[in-house]
Design a protein around this ligand. Structure first.
Ligand code: PMT
Length: 401
C-alpha cells in the first residue's frame, strides 16, 4: 500500500483473553500501511492496557462514548466517518449480540452503527459458546447485515477446552482483510443494472396478478455489488424493502414498466443481472372500474409480456447478461435452455416452490455459463450474492480474452 492509498482502519477490541493478540495485530496493520485508531470496550481494558495500544498505534485510544474531551477532538461521529474499515478483534459473544440487535450503549457499538465502512469481525470465545444457537443466530444476522466474519479457528483454548472458538492469528486476520479489500474493489468502475422483486399486472383499479418474490435476492445482489465498488442501478418491483444506501433505485409496477425502465438504463451499463420475477402474462384488458361480483364465472384473457432479459441480450450484445432461472423441476436442464435460448452469458438457477427461493432469507444457486458450472450451497442471500458476484466478475473479465 503506497502513501496515497493509505487506508484508515478502526480496530475495535472487546473483552476476551485474545485481546493480548491485538497488540501484534496493530503492529501488523501499520506495517501493511494502514493508519490505525484503536477503540476499546471497558472489558477489553481489563485484558490489555490502552497505553500499549496507544504506543503501538501512535494515537490516543478511544474509550468512552460520553467523554467531552474526546468528543471535542474526535467524537464518535467523526471516528465513524474517518474509518474506511472497521475490524473488531477479538469480538466477544456479547459484542456480537449487541451488534446483531443494534445496541449503542458504548463507543464501539455506537461507531459501528454510525459508520458505513465495511465491518469485519474476528470472533473469539469458548467453543461451547460459539456453538450456541443464540450466538449462531446473531452471527447469521450480522452476515445478513453485510458484516464479514473471520471465523474462529479450532484448537486448544485458554479455558482448557478443545474446539472451534480461538481467534485467528493476527497474520491470518491480515490475510483475510486483504481478501476482503480486494473484493471491495473488484467491481470498481463497472456499471451494473439489476432487476429485483415481483411485478404487478393490474386487472382493475384494486386487483392485480403477481408472484411470491420479495426482492430479497435482487436487493442482496445490488447491495453486494455496491460494496464491491460497482455503480449500481436497481430497478425494483413494488415491495417494502428499504433502499440500500449508495445506489440508484427506480421503482416500477408492471412488467411493461420494468421493460421500459430497463431499456432506458441499459445503454449505460456493463452488466445486467435479471433477478426479478417478471410476470410472463398480463390481462389483455385492464378495467377502469372495479369488476363487480355478479357473474358466477369470470374469465381473464392474458397476453404474453415482453421478455426483458432476452431483449437486452439481443439489443445490447456488448452487455454481459446474467439471468436467473426459477424452477420446480429439471433445474439444470431448463436453466441451460434459458442460457442458450436467451443468448445469455450466465444463468443462476434456483429451486422454487414450498419453502424454497421465494421470500426465504437463504437460498442456493447452480450457476451455469457456456463451458462451466458451479454450485453455491444454501447460505444467507447476502452471502450468496457475494459468491455469485465473484463468479460474475471472473466470467465478465474473461469474456473478451
Ligand atoms: O425475491 P426473492 O423472494 O428473494 O426470491 C428470489 C427469486 C426466487 C425470485 C430469484 O432468485 C429468481 O429466481 N428470480 C427469477 C425469477 C423468474 O422469473 O425466473 P424465470 O425462470 O421465470 O425467468 C428467467 C429469467 O428471465 C429471469 O432472469 C427473469 O428475470 C427474466 N424474465 C422473465 C420474464 C420476462 N418477461 N422478462 C424477464 O426478464
Amino acid at each position: 500500500m503506497t502513501k496515497s492509498q493509505t487506508k484508515n482502519i478502526l480496530l475495535g477490541i472487546t473483552g476476551g483473553i485474545a485481546a493480548y493478540k491485538s497488540a501484534e495485530l496493530t503492529r501488523l496493520l501499520i506495517k501493511q500501511g494502514y493508519s490505525v485508531r484503536v477503540c476499546m470496550t471497558q472489558a477489553a481494558t481489563q485484558f490489555i492496557t490502552p497505553l500499549t495500544l496507544q504506543a503501538l498505534s501512535t494515537h490516543p485510544v478511544h474509550l468512552d462514548l460520553l467523554d467531552t474531551q474526546a468528543e471535542s477532538a474526535m467524537g464518535h461521529i467523526e471516528l465513524a466517518r474517518w474509518a474506511d474499515h472497521i475490524l473488531i478483534a477479538p469480538c466477544t459473544a456479547d459484542f456480537i449480540a449487541k451488534m446483531a440487535h443494534g445496541f449503542a450503549d458504548d463507543l464501539l457499538s455506537t461507531v459501528c452503527l454510525a459508520s458505513n465502512a465495511p465491518v469485519n469481525i474476528a470472533p473469539a470465545m469458548n467453543q461451547q459458546m460459539w456453538k450456541h444457537p443464540a450466538v449462531q443466530n446473531n452471527v447469521q444476522t450480522l452476515i445478513a447485515n453485510g458484516v464479514n466474519i473471520f471465523e474462529p479457528a479450532a484448537g486448544e483454548q485458554a479455558c482448557g477446552d478443545i474446539g472451534v472458538g480461538r481467534m485467528l492469528e493476527p497474520s491470518e486476520i491480515i490475510d483475510r482483510l486483504a481478501i476482503t479489500e480486494t473484493h471491495s474493489r473488484q467491481l470498481a468502475g463497472v456499471k451494473l443494472l439489476i432487476t429485483a422483486g415481483a411485478t404487478r399486472e393490474a386487472i382493475d383499479p384494486v386487483r392485480y396478478l403477481t408472484n411470491r418474490s420479495s426482492g430479497k435476492m435482487g436487493y442482496a445482489i445490488a447491495q453486494a455489488a455496491q460494496q464491491m465498488g460497482a455503480e449500481v442501478t436497481l430497478i425494483s418491483g413494488i415491495g417494502c424493502l428499504p433502499k440500500p444506501s449508495g445506489l440508484t433505485r427506480i421503482s416500477v409496477e408492471s412488467a411493461n414498466d420494468m421493460y421500459q425502465a430497463v431499456l432506458k438504463q441499459a445503454e449505460n451499463c456493463d452488466i445486467f443481472i435479471a433477478t426479478a420475477a417478471v410476470a410472463d402474462y398480463s390481462p389483455v384488458q385492464q378495467n377502469t372500474h372495479k369488476i363487480k361480483k355478479t357473474a358466477n364465472h369470470l374469465q381473464l384473457e392474458l397476453q404474453k409480456n415482453p421478455d426483458i432479459l432476452a431483449t437486452v441480450s439481443q439489443q445490447f450484445p456488448n452487455i454481459f447478461t446474467v439471468g436467473f432461472a426459477a424452477e420446480t423441476d429439471n433445474l439444470i436442464q431448463y436453466a441451460r435452455q434459458k442460457l442458450t435460448n436467451k443468448k445469455l452469458d450466465m444463468v443462476a438457477a434456483n429451486w422454487v416452490g414450498k419453502d424454497k427461493g421465494f421470500d426465504q432469507t437463504e437460498n442456493a444457486l447452480e450457476v451455469l455459463w457456456k463451458d462451466g458450472q458451479c454450485s453455491l450451497p444454501t447460505m444467507p442471500k447476502q452471502q450468496l450474492a457475494k459468491e455469485l458476484l465473484y463468479l460474475v466478475e471472473k466470467n465478465y473479465r474473461n469474456k473478451d480474452k
